[in-house]
Design a protein. Structure first.
Lengths: 208, 208
DNA sequence: GGGTATACTGTTCATTTGAACAGTTTATGA
DNA sequence: TCATAAACTGTTCAAATGAACAGTATACCC
């Protein structure tokens, strides 16, 4: 079932090398050309067989979409750099590395999510979220554009500063519950810019 | 010369993440779609600018041939797998992956530590450490053999089970303060096996 | 012998895609 | 004020590409 024929291993190896060297998958015609096939259907057949055996994955109808399936992938760690901001000034984070204070890298499997360019991190300042067990200095990973659920912790823009709040869904409306006493208990969510929904939290031992 | 505009950095970041997540570059139309451009020329302009500034390379006339130029290419991060245990039965964790329930991977720079074979992780069960803002389901990263400081959270072996406690240094002696009411408030540290000192905590959004 | 998998040739078609052309708008510096 | 760059809209074209269809030949298993 899983046994690859010698030819299939050659094809797989070529795809693997092409991915590594050129950082893009070969097209079917390039595979055919490399092996001297006069028809690209030969390459397509092999790719289909490798897919059937589970070692290759493709995104249908997309050019150069071949990739090695996870279990056979050489421990390809899906780790994404997430920009870490002190504060997010405007409506949506820029993902500018220069402005980011740093980067955190988290393994995807742990988060069971797919960080996109809209994932970012904030360092928590103050104890305003201590009611939700988030401490000063904690790093909060957020995703912009994620649909928040009741009770989720979100970052909202207040006074040109990113502030963490709890989202409350009540009577079909969404409110933001502030743990910070400087602001009213409930704010209609529509009045504020929701910058992101918290998807993870990272706390480090104090270095002092 | 090399200064990227904020928009260009966004584009670059999107390409970088697309490359990493899908192991293929986005097409110009995908870039345009992601940023809401109604014309793909906008995306093409940005890509051209990034090429001119030397951070992107392409293979002309090839689909999805974008790649990050060498100097800006993502540096290899030092990432260490830390075994995740449900509980540590014996005096010291074996670091045997077979017995681990899973692995978490964390970037070293973030933790500013040197994970060795003595670093491990535990999933917290119950709310016994809620007084220190550690919740049920949190993952605690610990290091064995680290000299604990006053107030550090440590894992101790009680009733053949790993339990988190707060270390208290008082009158030259070390005690373990249990947050769990089933055990006395203070236990002389010498009576227990300290399995590790907490160096980090990871909390994930609930999937339910 | 019949069925099936492998390993191809040869061709056509519809999409995907990069590239190019012709504009507009705004900001910035000379 | 002019020049330039950035950041777009809108359109067209040709090449690159995946997918499908119709075959051929060989080997292997039941």
């Amino acid at each position: 079932m899983n046994a690859l024929t010698s030819r299939q291993q050659q094809i797989l190896e070529f795809i693997r090398q092409h991915l590594e060297l050129e950082s893009m998958a070969p097209s079917l015609r390039e595979i055919a050309a490399h092996f001297g096939f006069r028809s690209m259907t030969a390459a397509a057949d092999h790719v289909r067989a490798l897919q059937r055996k589970g070692v290759l994955e493709t995104h249908p109808h997309r050019a150069r979409s071949l990739r090695i399936a996870r279990p056979w992938s050489p421990r390809r760690r899906q780790i994404v750099d997430i920009p870490l901001y002190g504060a997010i000034p405007a409506g949506f984070p820029d993902s500018r590395r220069q402005e980011a204070q740093g980067c955190i890298s988290i393994d995807l499997e742990n988060l069971s999510l797919h960080p996109g360019p809209r994932t970012f991190a904030l360092e928590v300042k103050g104890d305003s979220m201590i009611g939700r067990h988030i401490l000063d200095g904690d790093i909060v990973v957020l995703e912009h554009g994620l649909t928040p659920r009741n009770g989720d912790i979100v970052a909202a823009l207040i006074d040109n500063e990113s502030t963490l709040k709890t989202l409350v869904l009540e009577r079909g409306k969404s409110w933001l519950r502030a743990e910070n006493p400087r602001y009213p208990q409930l704010i209609p969510a529509a009045e504020l810019v929701i910058q992101g929904v918290m998807i993870a939290l990272l706390r480090r031992r104090r270095n002092s």
